[in-house]
Design a protein around this ligand. Structure first.
Ligand code: B12
Length: 415
């Protein structure tokens, strides 16, 4: 949208495109620049492979590349990828930096006097893996997390499916800031109205419009499958048990190599305590109709509407997950310290924590298959792909931990 509004012709070929399709489109449309976006950690590898393929086809000098997205960092692009790519490659933190880069790349291409690309930004410190002087601490088998917290009684063991959850139940859990700033890009322009003014004049009215449309066109099919499972821990493992106490499946989580040496398994009773703990799992989805509606907007080149509706739909998936997590706290009887305001909820000022696989404390996306096996989300129309992505896209899974000390932490070792 930003590039198009500034006179560039953008050929948007959509998501999950193999490098051959990207190059075909670039050559067919005689592109000046190729842009790629990487959301998942795996995309960092794919970006590298794509650049290597451009090299192999001798296309490095022909196509400058701009890369962006949550999975990438400036140093990874401008240092590591720049080292291997035979053309120019730069990182765009946001769409506006993308525009500045495009302007610079085109100016250089046209040979405008004084035109240069912004200098490459290098890492100031060496990558941590290469610091040889520091000896890593030997992590203990368990951190100092309490093992005598009360274990709540679950309302049932096994799984339950809940379909047709009305929007009014979870709409108030929508994180407006994440929507307006993160998805819709509302931002004060120099000398223009403030962010708060933009929220009032643009954000909220458009949000109300979209919510009405979602309701009238009946585009949301919010559904949840969730369950409570008996479990114990052993070292870095969370062992999920069946009704007779035998092992059903096990998750292995990374342990922090420094600091408190936290590991998610520590939040559960150790196996040798002789006691059994409980873990809650959930998969939530907005259903598949919303994906069809956003795809139609995309095909019609209605990018602004696409961006707004897609952004809203993914934040609604997050809102539903947050709402359901609150339901789980109530069902477990640990909602006593829930904050009164929704902002307090977003700051996780409640007992327990909701961890999604792929996030730093539990980075292993492949473990999503274990959650799918336990919860069978196909009952709400959700399927796990070979790349461990849930379809429809507006879906998210989680391990809900009741321990009062449970909090987000980075177990390190991965970016
Ligand atoms: C919203 C969100 C979701 C939403 C929607 C995701 C989606 N498909 O859009 C929901 C709730 C559904 C979700 C689910 C999941 N998510 Co999520 N999610 C996010 C979050 C918070 C924001 C992503 C986003 O939409 N940003 C808004 C867009 C507009 O910004 P952007 O993509 O960064 O793009 C901007 C810039 O980067 C730049 N840019 C980007 N690309 C390009 C390209 C060019 C050429 C240019 C010029 C600029 C540019 O410009 C854009 C505009 O400014 C990120 C974390 C983060 N802070 O980024 C995690 C994140 C992407 N999610 C993550 C994970 C793990 C998941 C789940 C696997 C969790 C789970 N177990 O359920 C699932 C997977 C979903 C599935 N279907 O299987 C991880 C991925 C890491 C990994 N391990 O691979 C992240 C990075 C969080 C993290 N810190 O670990 N997620």
């Amino acid at each position: 949208i930003i590039l198009t509004n500034n006179g560039y012709n953008v050929v948007n070929i959509g998501i999950k495109q193999p490098v051959s399709a990207i190059l075909e489109a670039a050559q067919e449309h005689k592109a000046d620049v190729i842009g790629m976006s990487g959301l998942l950690v795996k995309s960092t590898v794919i970006m590298k492979e794509n650049l290597e393929e451009l090299n192999a086809r001798g296309l490095g000098p022909r196509f400058p590349v701009i890369l962006g997205g949550a999975a990438l960092t400036r140093a990874y692009v401008e240092q590591d990828l720049h080292e291997i790519y035979e053309g120019e490659v730069r990182y765009a933190r946001d769409a506006f930096e993308g525009l500045r880069l495009m302007d610079a790349l085109i100016a250089v291409k046209r040979g405008l006097p004084g035109a240069t690309l912004p200098p490459l930004k290098q890492r100031r410190v060496r990558p941590t893996g290469l610091v040889l002087e520091e000896r890593p601490e030997e992590p203990p088998a368990r951190s100092d997390v309490a093992a005598d917290n009360p274990v709540p009684a679950p309302p049932f063991l096994g799984t339950r499916v809940v379909k047709g959850i009305p929007l009014k139940d979870y709409a108030s859990w929508l994180d407006e800031q994440a929507l307006f700033k993160g998805q819709w890009g509302l931002k004060q322009a120099r000398g223009g109205p403030s962010y708060e003014e933009l929220v009032e004049s643009e954000g909220r009215p458009r949000l109300r419009g979209w919510l009405d449309r979602l309701h009238t066109d009946n585009l949301l099919e919010a559904a949840v499958v969730h369950g409570y499972f008996p479990c114990v821990s052993k070292d870095d493992d969370l062992i999920v048990l069946d009704e007779v106490g035998s092992e059903r499946t096990r998750f292995t989580f990374p342990r922090q190599s420094r600091g408190r040496h936290l590991c998610l398994s520590d939040y559960f009773r150790p196996e040798d305590s002789g006691e059994t703990d409980v873990v809650a799992l959930q998969v939530v989805t907005m259903g598949s109709k919303i994906g069809e509606a956003t795809a139609k907007l995309f095909e019609a080149d209605a990018y602004r509407d696409y961006m707004e509706l897609h952004g809203l739909s993914v934040q609604l998936a997050e809102a539903l997950a947050e709402y359901w997590h609150a339901r789980v706290r109530t069902e477990l009887g640990i909602d006593g310290s829930d904050p009164a305001s929704v902002d307090g909820m977003f700051r996780t000022e409640y007992q327990g924590c909701r961890y999604s696989l792929g996030y730093p404390a539990c980075p292993e996306l492949a473990d999503r298959a274990k959650i799918a096996e336990l919860l069978r989300p196909e009952r709400i129309g959700v399927h796990l792909s070979e790349e461990f992505q849930l379809h429809p896209e507006q879906s998210t899974d989680a391990i809900v931990i009741h321990h009062p000390e449970a909090t987000y932490f980075n177990a390190g070792g991965r970016s």
